[in-house]
Write a new protein. Structure first.
Length: 415
């Protein structure tokens, strides 16, 4: 029994006497000439080329079946999306528009030096390993990092909540930096809306524990954390949220968020030094007020700051772009459009919006109207203090804090 060697030979393409090729003709048997022994480098090259072959012929001329499972599968042919018959509907048009905007926007940029200094690469790796459940590798990557008092590492920013209940004495760098940055006024250390939201979350948790000198019962900063998290204003830093807003709308929200942190950090510093809530609208006052009253006044302080920004900065934007920016933000408040509607029924907190609409007797809310913005903020405050919607509505209509004869009195225990 013998086997044939199947070889191919090249034909001189310049030979005019060569007969026309016939793809059905049998291939000729040829004797393979002797060649020099290949070098090591040539062997390696040949092996690499062999690995890239999709089929391999054996002595009987048929492909070796093992090659079909041995190598990486060829890329899949993209599945064709069937087009719906007739004109596209409202949501289909919006989805198409959304896809175009996502593909056209640039990735958000940050100052690489700032992020590199604060969010050390080892801590990023440790965070990813912890999520994967590899505790040993996590401990290896959590090395001692040389940080100043105002800096933190990425791992600690993602895991600070595990220290709730002992925040005042924690070694978590993000919590320690929040306290230091507040006392020394370093709002610039928080470069993104996400970082500022986490900062507010730390301050709120410290206040609930009475840590860092913060008075218990103050909840405004918990509200600020919720409003600016990834499901709120912070969504504009994501791909979908960014695509739903014009560049002008994004700039407005980012700048307002930055300005408010600067203002709020000064108030928090006063809270830490005084150990009691005082009137944030009158920084010189040292008279104690109730936590609820403090929170409601903080809403007024914030929205006064926002109002000043809108009055001075919006006119610098071309009219058509300004109108589009306002529309984008109002669509957020009223959950208009396909993607915002999905958020409304999944991750977004709609209670403050609904409470505000009912109390104001408005079917929609307008970002440009200060009373609308304040109504939303105060609805969230009443909710965090465990008051009812009825108590909130009575406050909006009368201006009197529950259980007090005047707007400066103590609040009663919520029902």
């Amino acid at each position: 029994m013998y086997s044939r060697q199947h070889r191919t030979s090249k034909t001189n393409s310049n030979n005019s006497d060569a007969p026309a090729s016939n793809q059905f003709a049998p291939r000729p048997f040829v004797v393979q000439p002797q060649v020099a022994e290949p070098t090591t480098q040539q062997n390696q090259t040949d092996k690499l080329q062999a690995k890239g072959e999709k089929t391999k012929e054996v002595s009987d001329g048929f492909p070796d079946p093992s090659v079909f499972t041995r190598h990486i599968a060829p890329p899949r042919v993209p599945r064709i999306q069937m087009k719906l018959s007739g004109k596209p509907g409202k949501y289909e048009r919006e989805a198409d528009s959304m896809a175009e905007r996502v593909m056209s926007i640039d990735a958000p940029t940050t100052n690489p030096q700032t992020i590199q200094r604060k969010e050390d690469e080892n801590s990023k790796i440790a965070w990813e390993l912890m999520k994967s459940g590899n505790g040993l590798a996590t401990s290896i990557y959590l090395r001692k990092i040389a940080l100043t008092d105002k800096d933190w590492n990425a791992f600690d920013r993602h895991t600070w909540k595990s220290n709730i209940g002992k925040l005042a004495n924690t070694k978590n760098t993000f919590v320690k930096a929040a306290i230091f940055n507040t006392k020394n006024h370093h709002p610039e250390e928080y470069a993104t809306i996400e970082e500022r939201s986490d900062y507010y979350g730390v301050i709120d948790s410290l206040a609930q524990e009475g840590g860092a000198g913060l008075p218990k019962g103050v909840r405004f900063f918990g509200a600020a954390s919720q409003v600016t998290n990834e499901y709120g204003v912070g969504a504009i830093e994501g791909v979908v949220g960014g695509a739903l807003h014009s560049q002008e709308a994004i700039k407005i929200l980012q700048e307002v968020n930055k300005i408010l942190l600067d203002s709020n950090m000064r108030v928090i510093s006063n809270l830490m030094s005084r150990g009691k809530p005082t009137d944030p609208l009158n920084p010189a006052s040292i008279d104690e007020i109730s936590p609820l009253m403090f929170d409601l006044k903080m809403v007024s302080l914030e929205q006064g700051t926002v109002e000043n920004y809108l009055q001075t900065e919006l006119d610098k934007i071309p009219k058509d772009k300004k109108n589009q920016a306002i529309k984008d933000i109002n669509d957020d408040l009223n959950f208009k459009g396909f993607w915002r509607t999905i958020a409304e029924h999944t991750v977004a907190s709609t209670q403050p919006i609904e409470w505000a609409k009912k109390a104001l007797g408005a079917s929609t809310l307008n970002f440009m109207i200060r009373t609308h913005r304040e109504a939303i903020g105060k609805a969230l405050i009443f909710s965090l203090h465990n008051f009812t919607q009825e108590q909130y509505t009575n406050y909006i209509k009368s201006g009197i804090v529950p259980g007090s004869a005047t707007a400066t009195g103590k609040a009663v225990t919520p029902k």
